[in-house]
Design a protein. Structure first.
Length: 350
């Protein structure tokens, strides 16, 4: 592909903040979704809607990473040092914080046996000290492959990138539970996982589109995909008589369509923000990683305390879910902002 012009960052910044807020909404709805059969159906469907809507958050994060990082030329050692140094110190810090919380909450125990305690800590680091930290492990893996992918996309013809994406989609489709029986003996698993979102983000961000392929078209695709995920989850859960996450899986056709259309709606949208709102957006965007790492603790403390519980039960779910998420997002941002002002705090807050 020819060398692309530098990306305009306004729409990227908008998407980054929206995606982070949606991740908080996703985790806010999870307890209600897990209570399938115990909550009124109309309430549960509201949680299903919000959860489905928020499912493009993490894929869009990865697509933004691909859009920003793949067009550049890197010296391998310098790239890995810079990128890993930005995420490993805050990851270690927050992992220790979550271990301390789990110990306080008696989810894990430490004894007088020093070696057993060391093994406990290593176990936590190996598998993740809290439910949302899987994203960091995935991101580190992507950073290892980005210098190779960067060389590929910068030197490949467009048809080769399209071929890569089609192969990724084919492997994804054949690994879906309803098609896995047709999985051939040919090993097609070399191109799978979130790696496709990296290339997809780069391709959609830089590919000129025909005039007819406008924001309205992607809006229709977005809402159709959203409806399929919502209805599919409801019907599958009703069939199995328990929550089915089949349509929520991030590496699945419905989520790819939802994420791609959301990404393009962001790219093609013309949102004019006031200077004050833009400044707030950029501030929130600069703390996205810290907000991601801290929000699960804030959300847990909001819903598990002896004073004033704030969660999806606060009022009707259509209001309580986004309200809880907004409070959590704001408190998380405030927390990492305060930490960043402490000496050496910036190394673990951003």
């Amino acid at each position: 592909m020819p060398v692309q012009k530098p990306l305009q960052l306004d729409w990227i910044n908008n998407l980054r903040v929206i995606a982070m807020f949606l991740v908080v909404i996703l985790h806010t709805t999870s307890p209600m979704l897990m209570a399938y059969g115990k909550e009124p159906v109309n309430y549960w469907l509201i949680a299903d809607f919000y959860n489905a809507l928020s499912r493009f958050g993490v894929p869009v994060f990865v697509m933004i990473t691909g859009a920003l990082l793949l067009p550049r030329d890197y010296e391998l050692g310098s790239f890995l040092k810079k990128r890993l140094w930005r995420i490993i110190p805050p990851f270690i810090f927050w992992s220790v914080v979550y271990m301390a919380y789990s110990w306080y909450n008696e989810d894990i125990t430490f004894t007088a046996n020093t070696w057993a305690n060391i093994m406990q800590v290593l176990h936590q680091f190996k598998y993740g000290a809290f439910y949302h930290l899987w994203y960091v492990y995935m991101l580190i893996g992507l950073y290892f492959i980005i210098p190779i992918l960067s060389n590929f996309v910068r030197n490949a013809a467009e048809k080769e990138i399209v071929y890569f994406l089609l192969l990724w989609l084919a492997v994804m489709a054949i690994n879906q539970p309803y098609l896995v029986r047709y999985n051939p003996q040919i090993d097609l698993h070399y191109i799978t996982g979130y790696i496709g979102y990296l290339v997809l983000g780069h391709y959609l961000a830089t590919k000129p589109l025909p005039r007819w392929l406008n924001r309205r078209w992607f809006s229709v695709l977005f809402f159709v995909s959203l409806a399929v995920i919502i209805l599919g989850t409801y019907l599958a859960s009703a069939y199995y008589k328990s929550l089915s996450t089949l349509f929520y899986e991030p590496i699945s056709p419905a989520i790819v369509l939802l994420s791609s259309s959301a990404f393009m709606m962001g790219k093609l949208g013309r949102v004019e923000l006031s200077p004050k709102i833009k400044k707030l957006r950029d501030l929130a965007g600069s703390y996205t990683f810290g907000i991601y790492l801290s929000h699960a603790l804030i959300l847990t403390l909001m819903g598990d305390n002896d004073y004033f519980i704030i969660d999806y039960k606060l009022c009707t779910p259509i209001v309580s879910i986004p309200l809880t998420a907004l409070i959590c997002y704001s408190l998380s941002m405030l927390l990492v902002y305060i930490i960043s002002k402490i000496p050496f705090g910036k190394w673990v807050a951003m």
